[in-house]
Ligand binder design. Sequence first.
Ligand code: ATP
Ligand code: MG
Length: 319
Amino acid sequence: MPEPIIEIRDLCVDYVTDSGPVRAIDRLNLVVESGEVLGIAGESGSGKTTLAKALLRILPPPAVITGGEVIFKGRDILAMDDEELRRMRWREISMVFQSAMDALNPVISVGEQITDTLLAHDECSAEEARERAGKLLDLVGIPRDRLGSYAHQLSGGMRQRVGIAIALAMRPSVVILDEPTTALDVIVEREILERIRELQREFGFAVIFITHDLARMLQVSDRVAVFYAARLVEVGPAGELRGAPRHPYTEGLLQAFPSVKPGGREPKSIPGQPASLVNPPSGCRFHPRCERAIEICPKEEPGPTEIGPGHVAACHLAK
Ligand SMILES: Nc1ncnc2c1ncn2[C@@H]1O[C@H](COP(=O)(O)OP(=O)(O)OP(=O)(O)O)[C@@H](O)[C@H]1O
Ligand SMILES: [Mg+2]
């Protein structure tokens, strides 16, 4: 049986705005298993980045974690003090940011940025740190002689690889990748995702892989969780979600991307606009856009229904 490495229980995150709190993560229950690739999918604004930053406790105001627990190796991250957080971040859980390509410091060489990370968290000498920085560049497929390069001397794909090298530097047990490849062309994207998958198999860390591209995610993930308007609507093995999605929103997301098979069907977009978080629809939040909504859908919020082993959907039609 896979062991959970992170257990998220009833997590709630609000953004406190002038017009009142906006709940961006609503009563989330989700497990990340050791060594798995867990994909997180959902339209723009569904709460993916908020979740990632909540796990590391790096959410800036006006975000407030208003409830729940995030259990990592038996400890609640939400109850950790500053010293425990310092030891957990990067060493145990690291993140490649959505804008990682632009997140590098322009006036410090990439080698120094990697060694700085190592020296800040580890008890190794400057010489060891430099040697390890070279190995990290090798790992992500950048020649070592680029240690002295500055961000502007590297291509977008290379900068993104450096971001991944920095995230892997401390050998964490969980790496969060927030849209790591969206700004790259498809060939570079595929290369980087394949490299991450190889490294993940070699080192055994878990990956939380965030993207709005469900089709791409299904190719690289073991399990996938789908969010709609701050709520988890479906989670299950990637193969099952691809072949037999049980939430109409998951189905809609799948159809919204061109088929990966040559000569496949035309993409079809989900009708309507993403739900407002300020005033979310009653009952099932997806019901105004759902072609299969029935009488109960606007009235009652569907609870999670287990459809098969490890496959759960929150839909009144899922039985
Ligand atoms: N600084 C902020 N102030 C107020 N509300 C915010 C703020 N940042 C995010 N939100 C709210 O939280 C919701 C979730 O935002 P988040 O960035 O987590 O979405 P996302 O799923 O990562 O989207 P994307 O795919 O565009 O990156 C947004 O819809 C927005 O309503
Ligand atoms: Mg985001």
